[in-house]
Design a protein around this ligand. Structure first.
Ligand code: FE2
Length: 378
């Protein structure tokens, strides 16, 4: 092990891109490539073979990986790459750095049919999904948070901008009337002070955010919170993304990371629940499709503690594979930081309700134990 990491591999690619003499030297003497590039032989060979799939698997973006085939090798057809999405566990997992007072993080789908008309999907699949929600509910209750931040995407609310929205109201109200179920209503307590502090932190990080006093609740929060909220008076801060107006995996990660300081300084036990997806198409002609293969790739990444690598992907593959709501999860991942492994409680592809639905707990205790272990080792 020579200490090769993702940054070293990225630097090696950029060094060859900038310096044609270096590229020529490496190509002429491939045995010396590790020494010339400062990386392990295995990764030097990966670069020299033009294997973009594997480089993407460690979180390098497509704009960078395209250099190794089309430019270093003059391989216009990317012959060494299949375009597959793989989880590469070769590089060491970054040491986790979860803000100390984050007591829970996880994610789940918010499909309206689950509460409004569960009979459209197979009963056994619905039962398995609901088991996952039950387990997650126990996790949240055990964490005993003072406040819960919840992401969902905009479905029916009308906001002023295309930015992510933070609900700053003292109360949030809504129902599932759009799905013929006005009886499935919900009233939540807000947490205006912390919500405004979070918005200020996002702006301070150079990102745009819309503060909204009024966020009309829809299934995005009603479905998960009717199933998971441990006590009705627990304050909730809604964070609403707008994928139809702005889809940026990079900014979603940055948005989540921007919240870390305020969360850490809040003096509160903070829970974060991401809601939405996985694969899910809203547009007619595509609705009802489920991309089980890509959903499985995402779940494997989460289980491997490499979920943040999703944020390095281009919007194109994500949207092509139906990941319209994945930004909601990326904000959560940005907040908790790298190296946190997820435990998948449920995953059910459901064509009638239109997506691959999942329930995942992020294992914060294991992440903290890994930090303690790393500390002892050093
Ligand atoms: Fe949604």
């Amino acid at each position: 092990m020579t200490g090769t990491d993702k940054d070293a591999i990225e630097r090696a690619i950029l060094a060859m891109a900038r310096d044609t003499d270096l590229l020529a030297k490496v190509e002429a003497e491939p045995d010396r490539a590790p020494e010339l590039l400062g990386i392990d032989r295995e990764w030097a060979e990966t670069i020299l073979s033009g294997n973009r799939d594997r480089l993407r698997a460690i979180g390098l973006n497509d704009g960078l990986t395209i250099l190794v085939s089309r430019w270093f090798n003059d391989d216009l057809g990317d012959a060494a790459s299949k375009g597959g999405f793989i989880v590469d566990d070769t590089l060491p997992l970054p040491t986790p750095d979860v803000p100390g007072n984050v007591v829970f993080a996880g994610g789940c789908s918010h499909v309206p049919d689950l509460l409004a008309r569960p009979e459209v999907d197979p009963a056994e699949a619905v039962a398995r999904l609901m088991d996952g929600y039950d387990r997650l509910k126990q996790d949240i209750a055990a964490a005993d948070p003072d406040v819960i931040l919840v992401t969902a995407d905009c479905h029916f609310q009308s906001f002023e901008t295309g930015h992510n929205v933070i609900g700053t109201g003292a109360e949030h109200i809504g129902s599932m009337e759009f799905f013929k179920r006005g009886d499935l209503d919900l009233t939540l307590a807000g947490q205006p002070e912390l919500a405004r502090d979070l918005a200020n932190a996002v702006r301070a990080a150079g990102l745009e955010v819309e503060e909204a006093e009024r966020v009309d609740l829809d299934h995005g929060l009603i479905v998960p919170l009717r199933l998971l909220l441990p006590r009705p008076e627990l304050p909730v801060i809604p964070i609403i993304t707008q994928p139809h107006r702005s889809f940026s995996p990079f900014n979603a990660r940055r948005f989540g990371a921007a919240l870390r300081g305020v969360v850490a300084d809040s003096g509160l036990k903070v829970a974060f629940l991401a809601t939405g997806g996985l694969s899910h198409w809203l547009d007619p002609g595509h609705f009802g499709g489920v991309d089980v293969e890509f959903d499985s790739y995402i779940l494997k990444l989460l289980e491997a503690g490499r979920g943040l690598d999703l944020c390095s992907l281009e919007p194109f593959p994500l949207l092509e594979h139906g990941q319209y709501e994945i930004q909601n999860w990326m904000i959560m991942l940005g907040l908790i930081g790298p190296g946190v492994r997820g435990t998948v409680y449920s995953y059910e592809p459901m064509e009638a309700s239109g997506g691959g639905w999942t329930v995942v707990n992020m294992d914060l205790a294991r992440a903290r134990a890994a930090v303690a272990g790393a500390g002892q080792a050093s």
